[in-house]
Design a protein around this ligand. Structure first.
Ligand code: PLP
Length: 517
């Protein structure tokens, strides 16, 4: 039943909502969005028009161009530097290089060769072990997949094939279907749903292990699961570790998991879909320590490294293990360089046959920002996340859940309260005033439950925030807690956006309570 008091609060609430809407439309939001980075809006418009001219000129002259390129395999690598520039290159230089480097081999083999070199550039930016680089004479190399989900699936299928071959080498009479029915893969219960899905598509059992209190999967937990499963006659063959989980950006302990996998002949795949971009900064690179134990590693430059969707970078230590799992050679796909060992045939590294020229996007972004510009972008966003974290810390109504390592802040409201004007509070002699704020007094709604905001309360907060449609927040469940996730990832995010978001969250939190109205 509504009391007179709660009706008054409701009126106040609606009034403040209207005010926010008005001020929102008249300026706040309009001022917020500005474009920074290597191009402003006007240059973007100009370059876009130039690009249409470039394409039209190409189409107009297409009949004068050779049908098949005259270049030899491996032509591209010597034409460009062997690592990404530290400082930005100009757009003009880049377009000159499109003519000089790409057009003579367009679209093939330029598409494949630029991809191999870009994955090498990126692996140097991440300081990956040399075994993952294609240009070092190693057995490894990188490929662009569409998504992290595809990368995990491809790794799992390659691992499955590898284990079947390994077992049949010693037991030639064992049927493949028999081996497959005994295979078991492992991941943390904090992994992205795509990992479980890879198991589903691959038709193998995926066991979800419980991480420690920091949501990190530990070696001892894996060891115990392996012992249990081996005792049951099962065959462990694959572990998917996550660096930067979706829910809380936690990190599995790959320094512990890796050596166990290596000694047990288990394929370790690392899914760093979101967090991987940050490893280009030396201060975040330690988070990747242990990658040397992995068979494959993946992250999405399209998530946080300013490359447009889709671009998911995947490296393997032994490309033959990947190719071995997927190779098909029908007559209509045969070509002259098939067995020369000089070219990379990416069709054997992935599920689809056809592929786009996605490395061009990487080349443009790496050159227009330079490594320093990309590092600056990551650092700025992590600083903004810490700015939000400190706003939450300073407000005793809220709490942070987990550690803020990169751009994600998990938080929740921990007490129920509503606000009284100060004079009303004095009249009511409210002794449990918790904080003064512009003439208002916080008054805990539920005195018995001051420190524990319920899931219901947090769900209500989230609904209010998202219903206001000024910012958008996606929640998660951490153990039994409903948690709100504030993430910085927009290219143009600034401190003013963080402050604005905090204001919106505060407005949504006003007079928030569950129970009797
Ligand atoms: N892995 C992690 C840790 C993620 O956070 C996500 C997406 O958010 C994915 C995998 C799935 O990414 P994709 O859409 O590239 O398959």
């Amino acid at each position: 039943m509504k009391t007179q008091f709660s009706r008054k609060l409701e009126r106040t609430k609606y009034k403040s909502t209207v005010l926010v809407l008005r001020s929102g439309f008249s300026g706040e939001l309009a001022n917020i969005w500005n474009l920074n980075g290597p191009m402003d809006f006007e240059e973007f418009r100009t370059r876009g028009k130039e690009m249409v001219d470039f394409m039209a000129d190409y189409l107009k002259s297409v009949e004068e161009r050779p049908v098949y390129p005259a270049v030899q395999p491996g032509y591209l690598r010597p034409l460009i530097p062997d690592s990404a520039p530290q400082d930005p290159d100009s757009y003009e230089e880049l377009m000159k290089d499109v003519e000089r480097v790409i057009m003579p081999g367009a679209a093939s083999p330029a598409c494949t060769e630029l991809e191999t070199v870009m994955l090498d550039w990126l692996s140097k930016m991440l300081n990956l072990p040399e075994e993952f680089l294609a240009g070092t004479g190693s057995e490894g190399g990188g490929v662009i997949q569409g998504t992290a989900s595809e990368s995990t699936l491809v790794a799992l299928l390659a691992a499955r094939r590898k284990m079947v071959i390994h077992i049949q080498a010693n037991n030639p009479n064992v049927e493949e279907s028999m081996i497959m029915s005994k295979l078991v893969a492992y991941t943390s219960d904090q992994s992205h749903s795509s990992v479980e899905r890879a198991g589903l598509i691959g038709g193998i059992k995926m066991r979800k292990l419980v991480p420690d209190e920091k949501f990190s999967l530990r070696g001892e937990t894996l060891k115990q699961a392996l012992e249990e499963d081996k005792a049951l006659g099962l065959i462990p063959f694959f572990v998917c570790a996550t660096l930067g989980t979706t829910s809380s950006c936690s990190f599995d302990n790959i320094m512990e998991l890796g050596p166990i996998c290596n000694s047990e002949n288990i394929w370790m795949h690392i899914d760093a879909a979101y967090a991987g971009s940050s490893f280009i900064c030396p201060e975040f690179r330690p988070l990747l320590n242990g990658v040397e134990f992995s068979n494959s590693f993946n992250f999405n430059p399209h998530k946080w490294l300013l490359v447009n969707f889709d671009c998911s970078a995947m490296w393997v230590k032994k490309r033959s293990e990947l190719i071995g799992a997927f190779k098909m050679d029908p007559l209509y796909l045969k070509h002259d360089h098939q067995d020369s060992g000089l070219i990379t045939d990416y069709r054997h590294w992935q599920i689809p046959l056809g592929r786009r020229f996605r490395s061009l996007k990487m080349w443009f972004v790496f050159r227009l920002y330079g490594v320093k510009g990309l590092q600056e972008h990551i650092r700025k966003q992590v600083d903004l996340a810490h700015e939000f974290e400190s706003l939450v810390h300073q407000d005793e109504r809220f709490e942070i859940i987990g550690d803020v390592v990169l751009g994600l802040v998990c938080f929740r409201i921990k007490i129920q309260f509503f606000e009284l004007p100060r004079d009303v509070a004095w009249v009511w002699n409210v002794s449990v005033m918790r904080r003064k704020w512009t003439g208002w007094v916080y008054f805990p709604w539920n005195r018995e439950n001051l420190t524990e905001g319920t899931n219901e309360l947090n769900e209500k907060l989230l609904k209010r925030i998202n219903d206001a449609r000024k910012i958008h927040i996606v929640p998660c469940q951490l153990r039994d807690k409903f948690v709100l996730r504030f993430v910085i990832c927009g290219r143009t995010s600034e401190s003013k956006h963080v402050q604005y978001a905090w204001k919106i969250i505060n407005e949504a939190a006003r007079n928030l309570h569950v129970g009797p109205q």
